[in-house]
Design a protein around this ligand. Structure first.
Ligand SMILES: Cc1ncc(COP(=O)(O)O)c(C=O)c1O
Length: 369
């Protein structure tokens, strides 16, 4: 038996008819660029998040960049985020010309720690950019309070958390703006690259959509030099179909996470992820801490069980961001990178397979006391 880390094919098969028809419609009607499929998806996404505007963009890396640029954040400015995240989180800050400043994580939830963030706020800080890492909502109440106290916007990196909720409302609706990724393996994933920015701020929305479309609102009038950073029609058509399934697919992820939680509850060596009270995670990734992590991954691999590593290095130890810290700067994030392993998780995984994964983890632990 093989248990892959992620398998997207059964998801496609579930909605194949609708997706194939939606793609054919784009092709038949030549709606490849900035047509109705993109407009429809943008409106559906904004409605699902509970905000006024959604702008499709090429990916979340440029989405985060355009949010910062649209808010006038650039050279000389600092933006605070977590060092335990995907590289793009820091890249969109450097793309804007701003400096990423890291603060350590809360070791139980893996999310950016608000107390550590407050220690890093200076007059150069122009935004807080928490990430809802692994699909676990970050502590939005605490960040919004900090934003208010220091009069700086809170932005949300929602790339890994489509559909997650904080206190009964969708994440992405709390901050000044949110950036979204539709990379194929995300909870809402396209058939290629894709992203979006959502916001209640009409001016910011207009800047993002204009910049992403050569600085224009109308076909032949370019009001400022922008770029081509658009979401394309085929991706939007696919995403509209999948958005209708998102809540169901997230519920399936939660059912699998519940099995992992329950089956691992009495395994002292394995530490399962915690979430903040009142939040509803969507388990983009189910990440546990394990002793002898690398040996465990090797063992599971030999049993045909796929695992992942999110992430092997905190960003301040990546050569690209060596000016943001050094060994020892963010001990909890560093410790996590040595201990974490991402277990198989995708909506169409047979939940019973989670029990098989756990029993193999127990076998490994028994043999490696
Ligand atoms: C937390 C986070 N932010 C941003 C991104 C960037 O997304 P994209 O690949 O759409 O540029 C990713 C994707 O890996 C991510 O995981």
């Amino acid at each position: 038996m093989k248990i892959p880390f992620v398998d997207l094919l059964p998801q496609y098969h579930e909605v194949k008819q609708e997706i194939d028809a939606a793609i054919a419609d784009v092709i038949e009607n030549g709606r490849f660029i900035q047509g109705k499929p993109v407009k429809n998806f943008e409106a559906e996404l904004a409605a699902s998040v509970g905000v006024a505007h959604g702008a499709g963009v090429a990916n979340a890396t440029v989405g985060g960049w355009l949010v910062l640029k649209g808010l006038g954040i650039g050279p000389g400015d600092e933006v605070i985020t977590t060092p335990l995240t995907a590289v793009p989180t820091a890249e969109y800050m450097t793309l804007a010309g701003a400096k990423p400043v890291f603060a350590d994580i809360d070791p139980e939830t893996y999310q950016l720690c608000p107390k550590k963030v407050e220690e890093k706020i200076t007059e150069k800080t122009k935004a807080l950019f928490p990430v809802h890492l692994y699909g676990i909502p970050a502590n939005l109440d605490a960040f919004l309070e900090l934003g208010k106290k220091y009069n700086i916007p809170v932005l949300e990196d929602a790339a890994q958390a489509q559909g997650a909720e904080w206190k009964g409302k969708r994440i992405g609706s709390y901050g000044k703006a949110a950036c979204w990724s539709f990379f194929p393996s995300k909870n809402l994933g396209g058939f290629g690259d894709g992203g979006a920015v959502t916001t209640d701020d009409a001016e910011l929305d207009e800047f993002v959509r204009m910049y992403a479309d050569h600085g224009r609102k109308e076909k032949f009038t370019h009001e400022f030099p922008g770029a081509n950073l658009r979401l394309d029609g085929i991706q939007a058509a696919v995403l509209s179909v999948k958005l209708r399934k998102l809540d169901d697919w997230n519920a399936r992820r939660r059912a699998i996470a519940e099995i992992y939680d329950a089956e691992l509850a009495d395994v002292a060596e394995i530490i399962t992820p915690k979430v903040y009270p009142g939040s509803t995670p969507v388990w983009h990734l189910y990440v546990v801490r394990a002793p002898k992590r690398d040996a465990l991954r090797k063992y599971l691999g030999e049993k045909n069980i796929g695992t992942g590593l999110h992430y092997p290095l905190p960003l301040h130890l990546q050569p690209a961001f060596s000016d943001t810290g050094s060994e020892g700067s963010f001990p909890e994030a560093e410790r996590a990178t040595h201990e974490i392993v991402s277990l198989p998780m995708y909506p169409h995984m047979d939940p019973e397979l989670a029990r098989v994964v756990v029993s193999e983890i127990k076998n490994f632990l028994a043999a490696n006391k």
